[in-house]
Design a protein around this ligand. Structure first.
Ligand code: NAI
Ligand code: NAD
Ligand code: ISE
Length: 337
């Protein structure tokens, strides 16, 4: 049986997910696409020769009886509305990060899903599906470097466009670390602080870039994350875990080592699409398979909520310059992990 999927948002990642569902993954077909830019939706469909309906309204796509599951890949502020609508229609929904723009918004989704009585939401946190992060988690769990004490991380993009604002460094970019580091350490955050170093001249006028985010976890691990979205040189994700007896680092993506012209060099990727290409494949295949088995197991609405609680504290810290508490509601039994 093919799972019939409708996609809301045919931008960069929407097109990527349409391509992977249609040409890479097993057991799903794209039957409908919607975008506020109808031309974008049409070109995403025709570029692959798909027979999918085009909707100018995401709600009409969700209501289409042929659509069995929904992918939300539109802009961040639209995620909550479409995810709630899919839950109301009883349709499983894969929502790109962030699940909503605030913890309060995520909580509305959590409450709606619990009222529905079964898991219907998977959040597009793909890093836990990445081989490198999985190997790092295994090394920590096996005690290879002893108890983790500190993490040094960096999330660097080559550049961003004019619509990217200072708060998006948290809600759109750091949100990946807020999810994956909690998963990596099996811990939760208790406080957050944001420091603004000297800004790069390569950022547009209204963006403060880079930023350093300092987090503390319940067990006392201290984390620093450099978010630098105009670093120019590439797309670079770093994570170093300092333990009591050693240091474990996230592996670099595989790349041929060159010795030439008196230099030893390996390539650095430039695009998130390539850096996590396998992880996107695996997360979406898991969604398709789990929907068919009627048992979603990937990153949950609760994970989306937990990341957004920390993001809210970081946003507050951007304004206050102080250390802000991260206060999570107790986890309901509905979400076992
Ligand atoms: P984009 O701007 O390229 O694409 C978004 C698309 O959504 C646009 O085509 C826009 O017209 C459409 N859209 C916006 N509102 C809509 C609505 N109400 N109904 C239908 N379509 C609507 O953005 P991009 O880079 O594709 O990002 C989309 C989402 O994916 C964002 O939430 C972003 O945070 C997330 N994302 C996740 C990544 C990951 O690594 N998991 C990587 C890149 C993006
Ligand atoms: P994008 O700007 O390329 O695409 C966004 C699309 O949403 C645009 O085509 C826009 O027209 C459309 N859109 C906006 N409002 C809409 C609405 N109300 N109804 C329908 N469509 C609407 O952005 P993107 O890079 O594709 O990012 C899209 C989402 O994916 C974002 O939420 C982003 O955070 C997420 N994302 C996740 C990852 C990841 O690594 N998981 C990577 C990239 C993007
Ligand atoms: C984008 O939306 C993503 O999710 C990428 O993974 C991230 O690196 C980038 O900063 C975001 O804009």
């Amino acid at each position: 049986m093919m799972l019939k999927i409708g996609v809301i948002g045919a931008g960069a990642i929407g097109k990527e997910h349409i391509r992977r569902c249609s040409t890479v993954l097993q057991g799903a077909s794209i039957v409908a696409v919607s975008d506020i830019n109808a031309e974008g939706a049409r070109s995403a469909v025709t570029a692959l020769g798909l027979e999918a309906k085009i909707y100018d309204d995401g709600h009409a796509l969700i209501a289409d009886p042929e659509v069995q599951a929904v992918l939300v890949t539109s802009w961040d502020p639209t995620h909550e509305e479409f995810t709630l609508a899919a839950i109301a229609a009883g349709k499983p929904v894969f929502c790109e990060k962030p699940l909503a723009m605030s913890a309060e918004g995520c909580r509305r989704i959590v409450d709606a899903e619990m009222r529905a009585g079964r898991r219907l939401v998977q959040v597009g946190f793909m890093r836990p599906y990445d081989d490198g992060y999985q190997a790092l988690k295994q090394a920590i769990a096996q005690g290879e470097v002893g108890t983790p004490l500190m993490l040094h991380c960096a999330h660097r993009n080559a550049s961003v466009n004019e619509s990217y604002s200072t708060d998006m460094a948290i809600t759109n970019t750091l949100i990946h670390e807020l999810d994956v580091l909690r998963w990596l350490l099996n811990d939760d955050y208790v406080s957050a602080q944001v420091i603004f170093p000297r800004s790069t001249r390569n950022a547009h006028a209204n963006l403060r870039d880079p930023q350093i985010v300092l987090l503390e976890t319940r067990s006392g691990v201290r984390i620093d994350v450099e978010v630098f979205v105009n670093c120019q040189y590439g797309y670079d994700i770093q994570c170093e875990v300092v333990g009591e007896s050693g240091i474990a680092r996230l592996p670099e993506p595989a790349s041929v080592q060159m010795r030439k012209q008196a230099r030893l060099a390996t390539e650095i990727l430039t695009d998130w699409k390539d850096r996590f290409i396998r992880a996107y494949d695996v997360e979406l295949q898991a969604f398709i398979d789990d929907v068919k088995a009627d048992e979603l197991r990937g990153p949950s609405a609760w994970d989306g909520y937990a990341a957004s609680v920390a993001a809210d504290a970081c946003l507050k810290a951007q304004q206050s310059g102080s250390v802000e508490p991260v206060e999570m509601a107790p986890r309901p039994d509905f979400y076992p992990r």
